[in-house]
Structure formats: C-alpha cells, structure tokens
Design a protein around this ligand. Structure first.
Ligand SMILES: Nc1ncnc2c1ncn2[C@@H]1O[C@H](COP(=O)(O)OP(=O)(O)OP(=O)(O)O)[C@@H](O)[C@H]1O
Length: 257
C-alpha cells in the first residue's frame, strides 16, 4: 500500500552470535501515516532501538519488510533525520557550525543551508548561542543543536531514540513542549522511542506499547488530546491520566511474563 510514511510488515530482527541468538523484534506490523507522531514505549531491552534502526536501514530485517515513503528500505537511509540520547556534537565547532555539518556532509547549497540553520536556531530558542562551543552549552541546549542538525535537510521522517533521557525533568518538559511545536510547524512524521510514559502521551498522536523481548506490539493507544499541547493543560486532563494508567498497566502486565 502506498501513502504511508513508514510501514513495517511482519518485521522480525534476530541477532545471532556464537554465544547466543536474540530475537529483538518479533513480527511487528505498523503503519505510520505522514504527519503522525508515534511514541513507542516498552521495557528495557525489548527491541525499541532495533526497530528504529531497522526503519533507518541500519539493521536488516530477518523476516518481513520495512518501507519508507513507499520505497523498500534495503540500505542506510540518508533522507531521514535521527536524534540519539547523546547529542554527538563536534567539540571544536560552535552550535551553528555543528548544525551546518549536516549541509556539508550532503553538499547542500550553502546559502540555503545558512538560512535554514538560522530558522531552526530561532525555532529552538538558540539565538545568541550560535558560536558557543558544545561545552559552553547546557545539556538541553546541546540536544537542541542535535535536533536542529537532524532537521536541517527537512527530512520527511524523524527518528528519535530516547532523545531527552539524559536531561533533568524540567528541561525535558521544556523540550517536549518545543518538540510539540516543531512537529506542528514542520509537519515532520516522528517516531519517538521513550521510557517516559508522560512524554509518550504528551507528544504522541498514538502510543505503541511493546512487550518484553522478543519485542512485539501489545497495544496501540490513540492519544485523544488536542494537537497543540501545553504541559499545564495536559497534566490536568483526565484523558492524560487515563491513558498513562492504561500504559502503566500494560507495561506492568508485560513485565510479569
Ligand atoms: N547489534 C546487536 N547484536 C547483538 N544483539 C543486539 C544488537 N543490538 C541489540 N541487540 C540485542 O537486542 C535486544 C534489543 O535491544 P534494543 O537496544 O533494541 O532494546 P531497547 O528496547 O532499545 O532497550 P533499552 O530500552 O534498554 O534501550 C537486546 O537484547 C540487545 O542485547
């Protein structure tokens, strides 16, 4: 079927080494429409990162298939954006130059890339810190730089693997609110892996809950909250409580197996 931003069909990923065989992802079928924000939660080691890596073409499926914008994924995908838990910035380059690295690697038009970098710097509140080196930036600001770098080439799909896991709770909330705005303003399709139930519900248009390894999708929960979200509003919304409790229950139930 065409039209999906990402489509996984019976995706299974098995790792085989001399010592062990691990089924990291087991028969996952998932369709993500353009513009959706899908949050993926699951117990540690259940295969969430492997699933994202399969979408990026960094891990080949053992069985099943992955398509990105209707095309089969058979090699590392260069059009997508990827944000990891650690920002992985070059220590000797300022914020703006770290963002522009993406343009240099892709040979993008320099004037276009410079304008785009400035837009993103403004969008993420980094104005005034363009020349600051990574060690002069807070963890939250470093992650903003990584986000700008991932968005520079206007990827249709952004993969995020626990991007705010290393940040303190307040910075995390602030970045969640910013990510909600960036997602709305750019229309990017986002797949986010997170350990935080609150983050998943706050950001997602739906939450996919995975089982302990071998990772399967045990439940899909649509998030029936307005597209534009503020923490203060969402945290007091009874739909947030209801969804969070359901997810907690599903994760707890899974842990007993
Ligand atoms: N390249 C690899 N080679 C062998 N085994 C791997 C490889 N990558 C992941 N695994 C194994 O696959 C399983 C799933 O790992 P993965 O990192 O996808 O889980 P996760 O849900 O993202 O974990 P966490 O939440 O702790 O980050 C783990 O048992 C892991 O040891």
């Amino acid at each position: 079927m065409s039209g999906a931003a990402v489509e996984l069909t019976g995706l299974t990923v098995r790792f085989v080494s001399r010592r062990r065989r691990t089924v990291a992802v087991d028969d996952v079928t998932l369709r993500v429409e353009p513009g959706e924000f899908v949050a993926i939660v699951g117990p540690s080691g259940c295969g969430k990162s492997t699933l994202l890596r399969a979408v990026a073409g960094l891990v080949p499926p053992t069985a099943g298939s992955v398509t990105l914008l209707g095309q089969p994924v058979t090699r590392p995908q260069t059009d997508i954006g990827f944000v990891f838990q650690r920002p992985a910035l070059l220590e000797w380059r300022g914020a703006r130059k770290n963002i522009l690295l993406q343009a240099e690697m892709r040979g993008l038009d320099r004037a276009w890339a410079a304008r785009r970098a400035d837009e993103l710097i403004e969008l993420t509140g980094l104005t005034g810190f363009e020349r600051a080196l990574p060690h002069e930036l807070s963890g939250g600001m470093q992650q903003r730089v990584a986000l700008c770098r991932a968005l520079l080439h206007q990827p249709p799909v952004l993969l995020m693997d626990e991007p705010f896991g290393a940040l303190d709770a307040l910075t995390r909330e602030q970045l969640n609110a910013e990510l909600n705005r960036i997602w709305r303003e750019t229309g990017t399709t986002i797949l986010l892996v997170t350990h935080s139930i609150a983050e998943a519900v706050f950001l997602g248009t739906r939450v996919e809950v995975m089982s302990p390894r071998p990772g399967r999708i045990v439940s899909t929960l649509p998030v029936d909250l307005p597209v534009e979200r503020s923490y203060a509003q969402v945290m007091t919304d009874e739909r947030f409580d209801r969804l969070s409790s359901s997810i907690r229950l599903l994760l707890g139930a899974g842990a007993n197996h």
